[in-house]
Design a protein around this ligand. Sequence first.
Ligand SMILES: [Cu+2]
Length: 431
Amino acid sequence: MQTRRQILGGAGLAALGATMVARSALANLPEAATQSAAATQPPLAPRDGRAYNPVVTLNGWTLPWRMREGWKEFHLVAEPVVREIAPGMKANLWGYNGQSPGPTIEAIEGERVRIFVTNRLPEHTTIHWHGILLPCGMDGVGGLTQPQIPPGKTYVYEFPLTKSGTFMYHPHADEMVQMAMGMHGFFVVHPRDPARHRVDRDFVFLVNAFDIEPGSMTPRVNTMLDFNLWTWNSRAFPGIDSLAVRQGDRVRIRMGNLTMTNHPIHLHGYDFRVSGTDGGWVAPQAQWPEVTVDLPVGSMRCIEFTADAPGDWAFHCHKSHHTMNPMGHAVPTLIGVDHKGVGERIARLIPDYMVMGERGMAEMGEMEMELPPNTLPMMTGQGPFGALEMGGMFTVVKVRAGLARGDYRDPGWYAHPPGTVAYEWKGESRS
Ligand SMILES: [Cu+2]
């Protein structure tokens, strides 16, 4: 991890055309850490003050802070970033502190936070603190509750955290463009009493979407519905890390939706309860069991379960188009059509022509197709039994006995006990 000060040092400042005025404006700011990796970073345990169980940001990280005169101080820098969506594809996005989404902010109920926001975008911005109860003038709606933050300027937000819960931040300025470019982040406020709402593993991610033409790098910001990259924390399968869980752990997964459609998020192998929203905690007597939770637009949901069943459990959006990477929607359905001879005749005119889809599209998951540079296959990924034929919003919750507390590394594929895997019928049962 680099600090902003290292980046701004020497030539960096000159390149920004900084004057003495800019130097004094940077004085007394907390360092703005940046992150260059897209891999899930270990949780950031509190160094001092009250204890809490830090969250783990899927393919993300937590923003360091400093304590100063009773305020917990953070420094966010809004700026253009390059984000790897999955191996083989990078995107020109806008984000915070080197990544899209920005770093997760964690604090404790009752603390006062002071958040410095420096704008290094080519246009103005603001930050709205979604779900947090605060003075109106700190709500971050450009033009309504504050002036826009011009490029090159730093604004300060100060507010007390009056309740614990699950929140997010995003611009409320040129919102269509800035959200489409990947500007958002998670904000977790831990309960003052660490025994309340305690879990062993607490994962967070934001659901987002982009429209990036195969072969290009920058999202089309005017798209309303037809996105082609359905992502969690600006990552698409197979780029989304698995969630490593120790068997027996109490697990919470917190999710927020900043796309323009709903996402029914489905976990295999478990039933769970919705234990919280961006409005607060749900009382235990008001919870009911689910295996899929709908994540409405502009909303957050926390699910909880006890990880008693070991295995590799698929975890994904249940809209089948959202577990695909870029594809052409204009392709006609050819299932059931007899292609015999047609392919050869067309191939005489178009040498690389390939007949597809007459028995379904599963072959796409295994085919080595020539793709434009900087794009992802529509259906991809390899599992222990072959092609996974997935993309987009898909990953695996890997529940294993004996993982160390705090170990979030990928434990590899599940070793199924003998006699517990579906098998080919050969005339008699195995047991
Ligand atoms: Cu979805």
